[in-house]
Design a protein around this ligand. Sequence first.
Ligand code: PA5
Length: 445
Amino acid sequence: MKTIQVNNQKVLGSVSEAEIKAFRAKAAEAMEKLSKGTGAGNDFLGWLHLPSSITDEFMEDVEATAKTLQERCEYVVAVGIGGSYLGAKAVIEALSDTFAAYKPSKFPKILFAGQNIGEDYLSELKSLLEGKQFGIIVISKSGTTTEPAIAFRLLKEMLEAQVGKAEAAKRIVAVTDAKKGALRTLATAEGYKTFVIPDNVGGRFSVLTPVGLLPIAVAGFDIKKLVAGAQAMEKATAKDADDNIAEIYAMTRNALYTSGKKIEILVNFNPKLHFLGEWWKQLYGESEGKEHKGIFPASVDDTTDLHSMGQWIQEGERTIYETVISVADQQHSMVIPSDAENLDGLNYIAGKHVDEVNKMAELGTQLAHVDGGVPNIHIILPALTEFNLGELIYFFEKACGVSGYILGVNPFNQPGVEAYKKNMFALLNKPGYEAESKAIQSKLK
Ligand code: PA5
């Protein structure tokens, strides 16, 4: 089985091997904190052995629930935000036909809601679902997040009006905390099928729980292979070692950060990986951006963004480095045809696969950016398969835990996310926020 590879050799013009190795002891210490549960945020380490603890029985329950939704629905709306959204979105986009929305399929089309508070977004979604057979997977660990709560209230009302309360209850699945939160109370009262998000798994580390697995299974993908990939990576990165790729990535990015490279750009050369970049940004941004520290995670889709961000990356402030994800094998084969008249001058690449050209664009970009002072970490994904994506997800999670501990922060909390919520609730006069409402109103005068 081909596995993902990490190559950090193209950072060596910016930081030396010795500067990276200087983090060796801290990486070992971080690995020990994770394995012994002695670091900050140790009540949120459920993701660490999650892949190896998933049972066949559990996966069959997820698959059976997915089948019920597949049988009843043309569309399934996954309602959630942040960690309750991005993992499923990333995996489904990576594995799906790019034009799946416009093609017939034997599986329901997965739509997403609750990841914004867009009045137009929700109105247009409801208009699409008018008269359609649809179901809802509502996902919220806390069960109290405003964005998904609004979307769910609107969609639930619509579904009940369309098919009646009893049938709606068969098409709604809730993924939430075992006991706490409004969503748990509501799901119990309405008799929905539910799945539990374990207490010790934080939102951004939850893609391998039903948060991600259920929507991915409904979309028709093989969650057993996804989990098998994660299990393989759990094993491969379990022990502190010089060749542990999670440690190599964590040490390299901390060496770069210390040398003044404050921004990491995750680059893909495959448009199906756009949302993998969004998922990765949440994982690293929420885990490391605290105490006024942390690499700023950004992402680009190349070659598209070479025609927009390429100038900045090549010649802007030298505070960036890139982590490029290459996909070695494509799912399809397409050769550029020869043209007798050659009016477009493209015959020099006639007979080549489109991907050969893409790979040369990738190599040319890497060389140009490295020459321009942008160090490059290279991650090679054998193919866009469930197994390789499972490996990649766990790799990034493990490296994130190690990297956050090397940086000296608690990688598993997100205290900063609460600030906007407090203000929003105060502005909306939410019961319980009377003092905050008064204080915020005085700031607006
Ligand atoms: O990583 C996190 O914990 C957050 O991004 C949450 O996933 C996000 O805020 C959604 O929270 P919840 O699942 O409680 O609705």
